[in-house]
Design a protein. Structure first.
Ligand SMILES: [Zn+2]
Length: 532
């Protein structure tokens, strides 16, 4: 890649701005997982949320204290002090301190229209609010990132005043002045000119925060960088309010590969696709297949001549080598690439299988059939392994289901809303148990494990950590299929399994059974050294 000369700070706001996107609802657990994923990618700043408004964010910051972030500085987000309140008595400002983060981001108004019409302060009072808030947080030893809200609109309306708001923050000691295109209304040339003017006027690090309302968020961030910005804010896969934020999974490779600017440690760029997909999975959103760099179609070739060209020289139809960002080239017509990947995976489970063998062919046929039904194994490697083993005859079921019955209660009175009764058989011995849960799948999971623990005590430590449902072929209305993904853990390892059916309970059952069988299989492997 050559010598990297320049560096920009990447500031991720998936957990704050991204959380405000339609259809997004992060649990604390989700937020922790995303923060860890961002940290291992090497993101410099992670904005965790607003500790004043939201009990979930308060809990997040409490739990985040126990995480040893290797790369990232955690940031709490809030606003400048309120009008007519002393800064050291402002609840919002004080809660920023209690979040216990090394850095804080505070937003202040820089558009005169907003100052006078929305928060109804005088222009001078707003400047004092900015100055006192930044100075107070600096005094407490925080790194202070000042988000100048609506800066570009403010600059266009009253440039002199917009610059004064930055001056107030800079004089009070702000470490970075972030120019925000809050309404996402700017065009790249405007961003370039305005950032350039600001850059010349201040001796402080300049940052950029853009929204995608005109489809320009990434372009605007790049132009801000060209004009001198050294701190770029955005979200993973671009989720955010309205049309979203600048997409970091596009900005990072644009800068790092094309401009030779260091955004994340060089060796981590190959984890970009994995991270984007993982965050989408946690957020329960479908990653746009056509997303630059990380989308499933980003390097998919279908036309015969394109495939031919890529085989001769990949640069004929690819702007970069997909492996640089951890993505894969796909040939849609010939499926040569897909087949190769599957064969490699099969070999990792059963090294003795030959590529051209009948066993390999049978497995590929089976997988194709399942994929046609709606299965996807990219996020469910454990189910994949079980299928390969079953096809190879290297598998013996650990139990048999006689039957289960479910009862759900609506309206919910209190406590458990569902109960399950289950009968299983292991080596000719039957066990029948019942359990209650919050919902039918929870009840079913508890009943199944309770019954099996009699035979397999190692299941005591297993529990579900995640359960996700996605409707597939949604054009079929009520007959639509659902794909259920279940993540389980025994405290040491985490594994994910998948089930597909038109019946959500059945899809969940398939994924649950896979989860338990996978655990038992791994235990058995530990006991018998060579199982294959
Ligand atoms: Zn924003």
């Amino acid at each position: 890649m050559g010598i990297v000369l320049q560096k920009v700070d990447i500031f991720d706001t998936t957990l704050r701005d991204g959380a405000q996107a339609e259809g997004i609802s992060f649990s604390v657990e989700d937020k922790i997982k995303i923060a860890k994923a961002l940290d291992s990618l090497g993101i410099a700043y992670i904005e965790g949320g607003n500790p004043v408004s939201n009990p979930k964010d308060i809990e997040f910051f409490e739990r985040a204290r126990e995480i040893d972030f290797r790369n990232a500085r955690l940031v709490a987000f809030g606003s400048t002090r309120r009008r007519d309140v002393l800064v050291d008595q402002d609840k919002n400002i004080l809660s920023l301190l209690s979040a216990g983060t090394p850095a804080v981001a505070i937003f202040g108004k820089s558009w005169d229209f907003h100052v006078e019409k929305i928060i109804r302060a005088t222009l001078d009072e707003n400047l004092r609010m900015i100055k006192e808030s930044v100075a107070f947080l600096k005094e407490k030893g925080k790194e202070v990132i000042f988000d100048a809200e609506h800066f570009f609109d403010g600059y266009k309306s009253n440039p002199e005043y917009a610059l004064k708001t930055l001056e107030a923050a800079a004089e009070a000691g702000a470490d970075c002045l972030v120019l925000c295109d809050t309404n996402g209304a700017c065009f790249p040339h405007e961003v370039y000119d305005i950032v350039k003017t600001v850059k010349q006027a201040f001796n402080v690090k300049i940052g950029i925060h853009t929204h995608n309302d005109c489809g320009m968020a990434v372009a605007n961030s790049i132009m801000a960088f060209e004009a001198g910005a050294e701190h770029i804010q955005g979200t993973f896969t671009g989720i955010g309010e309205r049309c979203g934020n600048a997409n970091l999974s596009t900005i990072i490779p644009n800068l790092q590969l094309k401009k030779k600017v260091m955004c994340i440690p060089e060796e981590n760029l190959r984890n970009l696709t994995y991270t984007a997909r993982k965050i989408s999975e946690i957020a329960n959103v479908t990653l746009n297949e056509r997303d630059p760099y990380v989308g499933n179609s980003a390097f998919a070739h279908k036309g015969g001549m394109h495939i031919d060209g890529v085989c001769k020289d990949s640069s004929s139809f690819e702007h970069i080598d997909p492996s640089l960002v951890g993505n894969k080239r796909r040939f849609l017509m010939s499926e040569v690439a897909g087949r190769k990947t599957i064969l490699e995976k099969i070999k990792s489970i059963s090294p003795r299988i030959e590529k051209e063998s009948i066993e390999a062919e049978n497995i590929i046929q089976k997988l194709k059939e399942l994929e046609h039904q709606g299965y996807q194994f990219e996020g469910a490697e454990s189910s994949f392994e079980l299928i390969v083993r079953k096809q190879l005859g290297k598998y013996k079921p650990f139990f048999e289901l006689e039957k289960f019955q479910l009862m759900t209660e609506q309206p919910k009175s209190s406590g458990a809303s569902a109960s399950a009764l289950i009968k299983v058989t292991v080596d000719g011995k039957s066990e029948i148990t019942a359990a209650e849960g919050n919902g039918p799948v929870h009840a079913l999971d508890k009943a199944l494990r309770k019954a099996l623990e009699v035979f397999y005590p190692e299941l005591k430590h297993v529990h579900l950590t995640d359960y996700k449902v996605r409707v597939i072929d949604s054009n079929k209305a009520t007959a639509a299929k659902v794909r259920v993904l279940i993540e389980s853990t025994d405290g040491d390892t985490v594994w994910t399994t998948v089930g597909v059916s038109t019946d959500i309970i059945e899809a969940s059952w398939i994924a649950l059974v896979d989860s338990i069988e996978y655990k038992l299989l791994k235990e058995l492997e530990k006991k018998i050294e060579v199982y294959l």
